[in-house]
Design a protein around this ligand. Structure first.
Ligand SMILES: NC(=O)c1ccc[n+]([C@@H]2O[C@H](COP(=O)([O-])OP(=O)(O)OC[C@H]3O[C@@H](n4cnc5c(N)ncnc54)[C@H](O)[C@@H]3O)[C@@H](O)[C@H]2O)c1
Ligand SMILES: N[C@H](C(=O)O)[C@H](O)COP(=O)(O)O
Length: 342
């Protein structure tokens, strides 16, 4: 008997966002797009209610991770959460936090226990989770926490946005812009770049990845005339990376490193703060880019967009970035073979 590939574990994200409907749409396109098998960790009642709301005739298969690859052919596999989730599109509610977090926890645990090949997360909104006491800036940091709890080893996560024409990594992530200069250290840049280079080799098959390192200030500081961080913090990090044999160069002025011919010169842009990295990635490929967490002992991808509360429940959300996240997770897991559907 041929063994079926391990499925991807998809966490439902914030149920008031578009997560349920992009998962439904992706499953409906599974055959034409030859998507890897996945199951949705969710409240089945929420997914059924959202399906009805958007006028979808999707079939469901309430199942277990172990049975989900087989079930994938016939219905959207749902692995039921213990917590209930309400179908109130566009109205985030801290009362859903337990279910949102349970879905993430179980997806990670399914990877560690060999039931799933990777974690794919639907978007969460940070504020309702913070209001419920969630102490992590986002998935990226929470997944690293779960990994270090599970393995007993500290884990530093790195956020990478990966699109067809550009990969970017923010060194500092979910912090206020005013806090960036204080948080930016030579050590943090080096650690982020080392993890990025290592994972591009091991998980993306790039034997000698080229890392373009941005500056922080306009014109990368213009020799200290517009800020000293580029000279005093970023440049020493690049020297340290070169000394480790990593193909890193910069600091590059951020405004001129993303045009087409500049992009041809590197495999990833290491940027100093969130928007410096995410604006070019999303501007170039909002419907195709994928958020990947590097540095984890398991694979995690996510669409590049958020909860899109304004369009949730209307049936107009595009599933493309989520589909790209499924595909990339499948490729990274090396499944190669896609689950055949009936
Ligand atoms: N992976 C994640 O969990 C993740 C990623 C990004 C943002 N967020 C969170 O999402 C929330 C909302 O963030 P935001 O408003 O800045 O960004 P957003 O991506 O949710 O929405 C930005 C704009 O793009 C549109 N849009 C987003 N996804 C779309 C899709 N699939 N199809 C069609 N249109 C789409 C929205 O309607 C909106 O106009 C925030 O709380 C943020 O923290 C979560
Ligand atoms: N910074 C990400 C983005 O804007 O796409 C997003 O908030 C997701 O972060 P997590 O994957 O850490 O939740």
């Amino acid at each position: 008997m041929q063994r079926l590939p391990l499925p991807l574990a998809v966490s439902i994200g914030d149920p008031s966002g578009i997560g349920p409907e992009i998962a439904i749409q992706a499953w409906q396109q599974r055959n034409e797009l030859r998507l890897p098998a996945f199951y949705l960790l969710a409240d089945p009642a929420l997914v059924a209610a959202r399906s009805k709301r958007i006028g979808s005739d999707v079939q469901f298969a309430e199942t277990s991770p172990e049975q989900s690859t087989e079930a994938f052919a016939h219905g959207l596999p749902i692995v039921a959460l213990e917590n209930r989730l309400a179908d109130r599109p566009g109205q985030p509610d801290a009362a859903n936090a337990s279910g949102i977090i349970e879905a993430i926890d179980r997806a990670v645990e399914d990877c560690f226990s060999g039931k799933a090949a990777a974690v794919v997360t639907c978007p969460i909104a940070k504020k309702p989770l913070y209001d419920a006491g969630f102490a992590f800036p986002g998935h990226t940091e929470y997944l690293a926490y779960l990994a270090s709890q599970r393995t007993g080893t500290p884990v530093t996560p790195v956020m990478m946005l990966a699109g067809p024409e550009l990969r970017t990594v923010p060194v500092t992530i979910h912090i206020a812009l005013s806090d960036v200069p204080k948080a930016l250290t030579t050590e943090l840049i080096v650690e982020t770049a080392v993890i990025t280079a290592r994972d591009l080799q091991s998980r993306f098959g790039l034997s000698n990845p080229r890392l373009a390192i941005s500056g922080l200030n306009p014109h990368a500081g213009e020799d200290g005339a517009m800020g000293t961080e580029d000279r005093d913090i970023v440049a020493p990090a690049i020297a340290a990376l070169k000394a480790k044999g990593i193909n890193a160069f910069g600091p590059l002025p951020a405004d001129t490193m993303f045009h087409a011919s500049a992009r041809a010169g590197y495999d990833v842009a290491i940027c100093m703060y969130h928007d410096q990295a995410l604006i070019p990635a999303k501007a170039l490929a909002f419907d195709e880019a994928v958020n990947v967490t590097l540095g984890l002992p398991f694979i995690r991808t996510s669409p590049d967009h958020g909860t899109a509360f304004g369009i949730a429940g209307k049936g107009v959300a595009r599933p493309d970035s989520f589909i790209a996240a499924l595909r990339l997770a499948g490729q990274m897991a090396g499944s190669g073979k896609m689950a055949e559907s009936a």
